[in-house]
Design a protein around this ligand. Structure first.
Ligand code: EPU
Length: 443
């Protein structure tokens, strides 16, 4: 694949091998915060969200709300106040949606609140085709008339009452944002909506908890059947965003791969059950507290573990890249099968350049552990692939330079600060600084 020259973008430089050890506070979950921010569109009253992570995707979500006329206030202590009193537009433009697919989550709320919405189709994605047909079908079943024109999803409510109608919706595939979009729209519908084969991810449950605090009547969130009794209007609320289970899992793998000991704090341990089971299989000793997880590899090399990604509560696709890295430096061989996205192995080629022994067979990677990886210049291609490469840089001997790290800023709050506090020799440099470093090294 051809990557254009990226002289002007930041890079991460890691000098390995390092031990990642100590204690780290986990931030609020990106994939919970984004739908919660968009849920503010459902009411005129202010929504206060605390434990908001400091991420590029959160900034993008806030820019999009700003375009729609929403008033936003950033407070200290990671909280925001969002008030969608009077909306000035119902259009989510391509230039914002293309940078963040989760922008599709304005479709349901805008439609339910204003009776119309225009949201750009998100377009291509590095990890798969990622259609939004299930979002559209669900809203159509609730009475929306939807056409795709000039790259936009144009939706309008044409029912006699001007409100969406409750419906029984069966999701052909388990979709996280699909479930969230329909659930948000259904809060303001006339009658009862039942979502069957709903996503059970903790982020969906967190959204339902917040919507209920805003006056919605949702039951069954966290199971595969969610019931939403529509109400006439929602009101303001305050909600604390749940901890990011993927950030927590990423740090746990960092400690396991570097054969050390770590505590991840301010987490909800049972959200990581499937990941913790695999870490135990890999040889880690795990202890759980109410809001922390301790992992100790006791200096041992990990054992390779078989991974099959699937919707929650099974093993998350968002931890697949990190476990490919773990298996790359483990004892033995194991398969990692990606069942959610069709193109989520872009990190494999980069890991191979660092000395990993991985064969790709369709949507399965067969990983044979090697003694060590070697540092190399590598290219980040998507958020979780970048996380896998950062972990690789920590275990590899020598210098790893990760290009295009803007992907990681979308979903990891201060990753280099957190890792360097735990023993990682990791720094961020601008493209210009990197050119100067190269020039100096060349004499
Ligand atoms: N799908 C369809 N049609 C649809 C929607 C989904 O065919 O209308 C398919 C997808 O192509 C995919 C599968 O259903 O094969 C599941 O996709 P899902 O809709 O659940 O993914 P998503 O909602 O777009 C969220 C997360 C992703 C995470 C996936 C899977 C957010 C904002 N994003 O995406 O997070 O990987 O669920 O758990 O919640 C990330 O954080 O790096 C990330 C990509």
């Amino acid at each position: 694949m051809f990557f254009p020259c990226t002289i002007n973008v930041d890079k991460i430089i890691i000098n390995g091998p390092c031990k990642i050890t100590g204690s780290v506070k986990i931030s609020g979950a990106k994939n919970a915060a984004l739908p919660l921010i968009f849920a503010s569109l459902l009411t005129e009253e202010p929504l206060r969200l605390t434990n908001i992570p400091h991420l590029q995707d959160v900034t993008t979500a806030m820019s999009l709300l700003g375009r729609l006329g929403v008033k936003l206030e950033l407070n200290e202590q990671l909280s925001i106040n969002v008030q969608a009193k009077a909306l000035s537009s119902c259009r989510a433009p391509y230039e914002l949606v293309k940078t963040m697919r989760a922008s599709i989550l304005v479709l349901g709320p805008l439609l339910a609140r204003l009776g119309e919405a225009e949201v750009s189709l998100p377009g291509g994605c590095a990890i798969g085709t990622r259609p939004v047909n299930l979002h559209i079908k669900g809203l159509e079943e609730m009475g929306a008339r939807i056409v795709i024109e000039e790259g936009y999803i144009k939706a309008r409510i044409e029912t006699p009452s001007g409100r969406l109608q409750g419906a029984r919706i069966f999701m052909d595939m388990v979709s996280v944002t699909g479930t969230e979009n329909i659930m948000m729209a259904a809060t303001l519908a006339e009658g009862t909506t039942i979502i069957e084969n709903a996503a059970r991810e903790p982020e969906v449950t967190d959204l339902a908890v917040c919507l209920n605090a805003m006056g919605a009547k949702i039951s069954g969130a966290g199971t595969s059947e969610i019931t939403i009794e529509g109400v006439e209007q929602l009101h303001g609320a305050t909600h604390h965003v749940i901890a990011d289970r993927i950030e927590a899992g990423t740090f746990l793998v960092a400690a396991a791969a570097t054969r050390s000991k770590i505590r991840v704090r301010q987490v909800i341990p049972h959200h990581l059950d499937a990941v913790l089971k695999k870490l135990e299989e890999a040889g880690a000793v795990i202890e759980l507290g109410d809001d922390y997880i301790d992992l100790d590899m006791q200096g041992r090399k990990p054992r390779a573990v078989t991974i099959d990604t699937a919707p929650y509560p099974a093993f998350p696709t968002d931890m697949q890249a990190q476990f490919i890295l773990l298996n790359s430096v483990a004892d033995g061989s194991a398969t990692v099968t990606e069942n959610i996205f069709e193109n989520r192995f872009m990190h494999v080629q980069e890991l191979q350049r660092m000395g990993a022994n991985i064969e790709l067979k369709g949507h399965t990677a067969v990983v044979h552990g090697v003694e060590h990886l070697n540092g190399a210049p590598v290219m980040a291609t998507d958020l979780r692939a970048s996380a896998g490469l950062v972990l690789a840089g920590l275990v590899a001997k020598g210098e790893t330079v990760i290009d295009r790290i803007y992907h990681i800023d979308r979903g990891y709050d201060c990753i280099e600060e957190k890792l360097s506090q735990m023993g990682g020799e990791i720094q961020r440099v601008s493209g210009r600084q990197y050119q100067q470093m190269l020039a100096a090294a060349a004499g």
